[in-house]
Design a protein around this ligand. Structure first.
Ligand code: GRF
Length: 221
């Protein structure tokens, strides 16, 4: 059996743009039989994304749709979305994917797209969250797994990793600490989804049968 054959319940596509440490955390859990998903494709908009190598090493099918080879953003988006639709996954996991999905696509796959964003949403949507939180004087930072809707970084929240900011740490040091937490919370949320304990219902997160208005929180130990 190949590693990619382990877990057949939830057919999953993972979208990446970069180094792929979150992808690796997911792969590691599949290999350890702790995540009942089958990754049917890892898609990247960036031909240099190291995550593609990680997927190949695990025997996962990969596809690169190079953002820079399109003159129109809409054509790129169409191409990547057509590729996903053809594979008809049960779950789409954005793991450091730096492009935006179309509104139509978000509607079509409503409740089936997860993202991880490096802030304690709804705080610090968008880019440069580490610099922004350090300048803000906030006491805590972290990362959030949420459902994706058409509005950027605004879908229903699921699970957060939270850590206290250390005096004088720089954005890079904070990022490294938060990413270690991401590698814990993303596989947990994906497992909940795959096991059917996590759903999006009428625009809200439903966990273990109950609507939650605030995300679950995993604190740094
Ligand atoms: C993660 O830190 C995630 O929060 C953000 O993009 C980063 C991707 O890192 N969305 P990696 O490619 O998984 O290492």
């Amino acid at each position: 059996m190949k590693e990619s054959d382990i877990g057949s319940a939830t057919s999953t596509i993972i979208l990446i743009s970069g180094y792929g440490t979150n992808l690796q955390a997911i792969l590691d859990q599949i290999i350890n039989n702790q995540l009942p998903i089958k990754i049917i494709s890892v898609l990247s908009d960036n031909p240099k994304a190291y995550g593609i190598e990680r997927a190949k090493k695990s025997g996962i099918p990969t596809k690169i749709i190079n953002y820079n080879s399109f003159t129109k953003k809409a054509d790129f988006r169409q191409s990547i979305e057509d590729n996903i639709k053809k594979l008809d996954p049960n779950l789409i996991v954005l793991a450091g994917y730096m492009r935006i999905l179309s509104t139509d696509f978000c509607h079509q796959f409503k409740g089936k797209i997860l993202n991880i964003h490096p802030s304690l949403l709804p705080k610090f949507k968008g880019f440069n969250t580490y610099q922004r939180v350090l300048s803000s004087g906030d006491e805590f930072h972290g990362s959030t797994v949420h459902f994706v809707t058409a509005e950027l970084d605004s879908g229903p929240l699921i699970l957060q990793y939270r850590t206290r900011i250390i005096t004088d740490e720089n954005p890079n040091q904070l990022r490294k600490r938060v990413q270690l937490g991401e590698h814990q919370i993303y596989p947990i949320a994906i497992r909940w989804f795959a096991e059917g304990t996590l759903k999006m219902v009428e625009g809200e997160t439903v966990l273990r049968g109950k609507r939650i208005t605030k995300p679950e929180i995993l604190e740094e130990i």
